[in-house]
Design a protein around this ligand. Structure first.
Ligand SMILES: [Fe+2]
Ligand SMILES: [Fe+2]
Ligand SMILES: [Fe+2]
Length: 490
């Protein structure tokens, strides 16, 4: 069996702590779904409150959050009918329920990384005047995190009781809590508490989500500014591609000249030969060398395929989480390339090979971002779907920046800048319309990050290009089979 990775960074270690906490919360939910929601509200409210009013040190806010999530975990030891009973409990039953902070502390005590959480769990039912339980602690002897949890715990049981009919409005709940200031609750915290609760009506945003969104934003800002200032060097265009472009630009370039350049790179040569032999391009005889592959493919298509092969290297990642997404994006890019070419062919546009390349690189900004992201230490705890959403937002700016550095002309940069536009006019250049349609088309095949059914009659670019849905559906089928044939060869 493969050994799990040993956490290498603090971020990774925290990820494990939160995973354990989540498992425990799931356990709570199995026992009592009500308790899970209660715990999450108490956790977020308490942590957001502590952060906003700097009640605890910044690095301790997470402890308050975890303690909030787990404060009632000792309740798993109590029979569920006791928790749901509407009529008053006997003294004996009360004693049993009052044991939950101590049982909770016991349950969690074997997890060394929750050490700081334990006192908050144990003391969340202490009262400021010493009348609480289990230790009858008084005033500042009660850890401040536990005092905060106690307030939000009470607020939550008043506003969201087990029996919804008894629920109080936020105003009434605050009156009740305010009346106990100095007795059950810390007089020194009450004013800020009231202001906080009034500002969000008792339900502040999910602390963990907020934290992740903030981390995400700051990582993105950092990556973008590092690109701009040249601290992160974008990948360079492979040498072989540069040389090929020079050869092709010469008016009388021959397949032999091109072959000479390509053969300098054995990996690219081998792959080019296997693509030339694939069903998409196959002729009668088997191709065995680069020289004979070029006439079959044509000079420009050869360049395209070499570019695609060279491009594939950009889509590599050692990080498994990112690798899955990168692989998806690679197939998406290739599908979009072939779709663009097919559309250009059917419209009999000039310079059809260029459309292939435009399709291939339209999302290059995403790859650049993901690569940078996978190398950021703080990235470990972030959720993949949140990363995807942010990548979607930022990929255009970064993509056009890269293409400029690679020396692509304005036509290409224009496609990058506008391939996600929502509206087009009859004046929109064909290149943008074609790549836009090709991009949407890949969604229909499931070769996109977006899984949706597309109504081609409603696609703006298709309308302007005067392509009928029936025709587009034939492209869909063709791209599907091309990708099945060639995707693994690159
Ligand atoms: Fe409790
Ligand atoms: Fe895009
Ligand atoms: Fe795309």
């Amino acid at each position: 069996m493969a050994k799990p990775d040993i956490p290498k960074s603090e971020a990774e270690f925290k990820e494990i702590v939160f995973a354990v906490a989540k498992t425990l919360v799931t356990l709570i939910e199995e026992k009592d779904p009500y308790l899970r929601k209660h715990s999450e509200r108490v956790a977020s409210n308490s942590a957001n409150f502590c952060e906003q009013y700097e009640i605890v040190a910044t690095e301790d806010v997470e402890t308050v959050y975890l303690a909030g999530l787990l404060h009632d975990i000792g309740i798993v030891a109590i029979p569920i009918d006791l928790l749901h009973r509407a009529e008053p409990l006997t003294e004996e039953e009360m004693v049993r329920i009052r044991k939950h902070p101590v049982s909770g502390e016991k349950v969690l005590s074997s997890l060394f990384f929750l050490e700081d959480v334990l006192p908050l769990v144990r003391h969340h039912h202490e009262a400021f005047d010493g009348s609480g339980y289990p230790d009858r602690l008084k005033g500042d002897d009660i850890p401040v995190g536990a005092r905060v949890l106690g307030m939000f715990n009470s607020l939550d049981t008043l506003m969201f009781p087990r029996h919804a009919a008894k629920a109080l409005s936020v105003e009434d709940a605050l009156v009740e809590i305010n009346a106990k200031a100095g007795k059950q609750f810390d007089q020194g915290l009450i004013q800020n508490f009231m202001a906080f609760v009034k500002s969000n009506a008792g339900t502040s945003e999910d602390y963990l989500q907020k934290k992740q969104a903030n981390t995400m934003r700051s990582i993105f800002t950092e990556i973008l500014s590092q690109f701009k200032s040249g601290k992160i060097n974008p990948p360079v265009m492979p040498q072989v591609v540069r040389e090929m472009q020079t050869v092709i630009k010469q008016p009388k370039s021959t397949p032999e000249q091109l072959a000479e350049v390509i053969e300098k790179d054995p990996t690219i040569s081998l792959r080019l030969i296997s693509v030339a032999n694939s069903p998409v391009y196959r002729g009668i005889t088997e191709i065995r060398n680069v020289k004979s592959a070029i006439p079959r493919l044509g000079l420009k298509e050869t360049l395209n395929i070499v570019l695609a092969i060279a491009n594939k290297n950009l889509y590599e990642s050692k990080n498994v989480k990112f690798k899955i997404l990168m692989d998806k994006l690679w197939v998406h890019a290739l599908a979009c390339a072939y779709a663009s070419k097919l559309i250009a062919q059917s419209l009999k546009l000039e310079d059809q090979e260029k459309y292939f390349l435009m399709g291939l690189i339209h999302d290059i900004g995403k790859i650049l971002l993901l690569k940078a992201f996978s190398e950021v230490k703080r990235g470990g705890t972030l959720k993949m779907d949140a990363i995807e959403a942010n990548v979607q937002e930022a990929h255009i700016g970064l993509g056009s920046m890269l293409l400029k550095r690679w020396g692509f002309d304005a036509e290409f940069i224009n496609v990058i800048n506008h391939h996600e536009d929502k509206e087009f006019s009859p004046d929109t250049v064909k290149e943008i319309l074609v790549v836009h349609l090709a991009n949407i088309l890949t969604r229909q095949i499931g070769l996109s990050l977006f899984e949706v059914d597309v109504d081609f009659a409603e696609v703006e670019s298709a309308k302007i290009l005067k392509l009928e849905p029936v025709q587009i559906v034939t492209f869909v089928e063709e791209v599907k089979s091309i990708i099945a044939d060639v995707a693994h060869l690159f």
